[in-house]
Design a binder for this molecule. Structure first.
Ligand code: UDX
Ligand code: UDX
Length: 462
C-alpha cells in the first residue's frame, strides 16, 4: 500500500529538515511533524525557523501549509499516519547504569508507548534517532504489549546521515539511504513502502536495504569512523607542531592516496556536534555490554584524543601568554561546533572557554549565528559559575569589538567570514604583542605573520 500520510515525532535538527524535504518532493503525501515543545513548533510555523541551515527556508516554504504541517498535537498526528518516524533526542545517560556512555532511551520509550496507545490498523514505525543496536526489539515489544485497539506494526531502522550546515544538500542528494527491516514478507513490504517514498527523488541504486541490526549498527560505525579520522589527523597535528611538519601538507599528501581519500582530514581544535561523541560512547558501551573490552578500549581512545586536543589548545594559550591569562581579555571568534549552523552541542568552544574562564580570563565572544542566551547557558551547563559568567564573559556583535584591547584572539569555528577579516585593523585594535591561536586553521598563516601577530595554528606550531 502506498504511503499517503507520514508523521514525525521530534521537530529537531534531524526531524524538521528531513520531513520538509520529503514533503517538498512528495506533494501527494501529507507530512506532519509533531513535537511537545510549543516554542519550537511555533518557530517552524514562523519566518524564523528554529534551525539555521543554508537553503532550508525555501524547502520549508515550498510545502508549509500545503502538505507540511508542524503541530504539538502529537496524538492526532500519530492517529492519522501510515508511517511514523521517531526522531526524538537520544542523549548520553547522565546517571545510573552506563552513565556517561549509554544512550538515554526514555524519549524513545515514551514515544513507543504513545504510538501503541493511539494507533489503530497497521502502521510502519521508523527509527530515525540514532539508537543502540537492538532497540527495535524493545520498541516492538512495547508496541505489542500496549495496543488497546489491536493495531499491528512493522519497525524499520532508517538512520540519518545528514551533516549540519549541509543538511539540505545531503537530503537532496545523499550518498545512500539505508533502510533496515525484518527479513519476513511483512518486513520486506514495509521496507519497500519506505523505499518508494525516497525513490521519488533518489536513484534506486543508492537505496540500500539490510537487516535491522546492520542498519542500526551502521549509523554508529559511520560516525565512529568519521570521528576516528579526525582524531587520527589531530594526533598527527601535535607531532607536526613538534617537528616542523605542516599538518595540511601531510593531510594533502596522504589524502591523494585514493585508498585514504581527501575528506575529513582537517586538523582542528577537536570535533563537536550532537553525534560523534555520543555515538562513539554508545559503541564503547555496546562493546562493553557484549564483553569485548579490547574493541571498546580501541574506540574510547578516539574520544580521549579529542578531549586532549581541546585541553592542549587551552594550555598553548596559557603558556604563550606568559603562563597567566588572569584578567586578560581574549577574543573568541566562533562558538558553534562547525560553520553554517547555530548548533553548539558538544562544541569544542564550550570546553575551551570553560577552561580559560577557570584561569580567570575575560572572554569577548563573537559568533554570527549563536545567540547570547545559548552561549551563557552552555557555559553554565559546563560548570562555570553564574558569577564568573556574569563578570568575565562579554558577548560581542562583531569581531572587531571582540578584539578591541584583547591580548589574544582564538578562532574556534571555521566561519567563512573570518577568512576575510581586516587583519591590519585587528592588529591595531589589539594589545601588543598580539597573539592569534587559530584552532580551525581559518586564517592565513603568512598574512598573520606579515601583519606582526604572534601566531599559533593547530598542526603548524608557532
Ligand atoms: C536527532 C536524533 O534524534 C538523535 O538520535 C541523533 O543522534 C541526532 O539527530 P536532533 O534532531 O538533533 O536529534 O535532536 P533535537 O534537535 O534535540 O530534537 C529532538 C526533538 O524531539 C526536540 O524538539 C524535542 O522537543 C522533541 N521531543 C523529545 C519530543 O517531541 N518528545 C519527546 O518525548 C522527546
Ligand atoms: C555528523 C556526520 O557527518 C553525519 O553523517 C551524521 O548524520 C551526524 O554527525 P555533523 O555532526 O553535523 O555530522 O557534522 P560534521 O560535518 O560531521 O562535523 C563534526 C565535527 O567534526 C565538527 O566539529 C567539525 O568541525 C569537525 N571536523 C570535521 C573536523 O574537525 N575536521 C574535519 O576534517 C571534519
Amino acid at each position: 500500500m502506498p504511503i499517503k500520510s507520514i508523521c514525525c515525532l521530534g521537530a529537531g535538527y534531524v526531524g524538521g529538515p528531513t520531513m520538509a524535504m520529503i514533503a517538498s518532493k512528495c506533494p501527494d503525501i501529507q507530512v506532519t511533524v509533531a513535537d511537545m515543545n510549543e516554542q519550537r513548533i511555533a518557530a517552524w510555523n514562523s519566518d524564523t525557523l528554529p534551525v539555521y541551515e543554508p537553503g532550508l527556508d525555501a524547502v520549508v516554504a515550498s510545502a508549509l501549509g500545503r502538505n507540511l504541517h508542524f503541530t504539538t498535537d502529537i496524538r492526532n498526528a500519530i492517529a492519522g499516519a501510515d508511517l511514523i518516524f521517531v526522531s526524538v533526542g537520544t542523549p548520553t545517560k547522565s546517571f545510573g547504569i552506563g552513565a556517561g556512555r549509554a544512550a538515554d532511551l526514555r524519549y524513545i520509550e515514551s514515544a513507543a508507548r504513545l504510538i501503541a496507545e493511539v494507533s489503530e490498523g497497521h502502521k510502519i514505525i521508523v527509527e530515525k534517532s540514532t539508537i543502540p543496536v537492538k532497540t527495535a526489539t524493545a520498541i516492538k515489544s512495547i508496541l505489542a504489549a500496549n495496543s488497546p485497539h489491536g493495531a499491528t506494526f512493522q519497525v524499520l531502522s532508517n538512520p540519518e546521515f545528514l551533516a549540519e550546515g549541509t543538511a539540505v544538500e545531503d537530503l537532496e542528494s545523499p550518498d545512500r539511504i539505508l533502510i533496515g527491516g525484518e527479513t519476513t514478507r511483512e518486513g520486506n513490504a514495509a521496507v519497500e513502502a519506505l523505499a518508494s517514498v525516497y525513490a521519488r527523488w533518489i536513484p534506486r541504486e543508492r537505496i540500500l536495504t539490510t537487516n535491522l541490526w546492520s542498519s542500526e549498527l551502521s549509523k554508529l560505525v559511520a560516525n565512529a569512523f568519521l570521528a576516528q579520522r579526525i582524531s587520527s589527523i589531530n594526533s598527527i597535528s601535535a607531532l607536526c607542531e613538534a617537528t616542523g611538519a605542516d599538518v595540511d601538507e601531510v593531510a594533502r599528501a596522504i589524502g591523494m592516496d585514493s585508498r585514504i581519500g581527501p575528506k575529513f582530514l582537517k586538523a582542528s581544535v577537536g570535533f563537536g556536534g550532537s553525534c560523534f561523541q555520543k555515538d562513539l560512547l554508545n559503541l564503547v558501551y555496546l562493546c562493553e555490554s557484549f564483553n569485548l573490552p579490547h574493541v571498546s578500549e580501541y574506540w574510547r581512545q578516539v574520544v580521549h584524543l579529542n578531549d586532549w586536543q581541546k585541553s592542549r589548545f587551552v594550555e598553548k594559550i596559557v603558556r604563550s601568554l606568559y603562563n597567566t591569562v588572569s584578567n586578560k581579555r581574549i577574543a573568541i571568534l566562533g562558538f558553534a561546533f562547525k560553520k553554517d549552523t547555530n548548533d553548539t552541542r558538544e562544541s569544542p568552544a564550550i570546553l575551551v572557554c570553560r577552561d580559560l574562564l577557570l584561569e580567570h580570563a575575560h572572554l569577548a565572544i563573537y559568533d554570527p549565528k549563536v545567540s547570547e542566551e545559548t552561549i551563557r547557558q552552555d557555559l553554565l551547563s559546563a560548570g562555570v559559575s553564574p558569577d564568573l559568567i556574569a563578570s568575565n564573559v562579554e558577548i560581542c556583535s562583531d569581531p572587531y569589538s571582540a578584539v578591541t584591547h584583547a591580548h589574544a584572539l582564538a578562532t574556534l569555528t571555521e566561519w567563512a567570514e573570518f577568512r576575510t577579516l581586516d587583519l591590519s585593523r585587528i592588529y591595531d585594535l589589539m594589545l601588543k604583542p598580539a597573539f592569534v591561536f587559530d584552532g580551525r586553521a581559518v586564517l592565513s598563516l603568512d598574512a598573520l605573520k606579515a601583519h606582526g601577530f604572534e601566531v599559533f595554528v593547530i598542526g603548524k606550531g608557532l
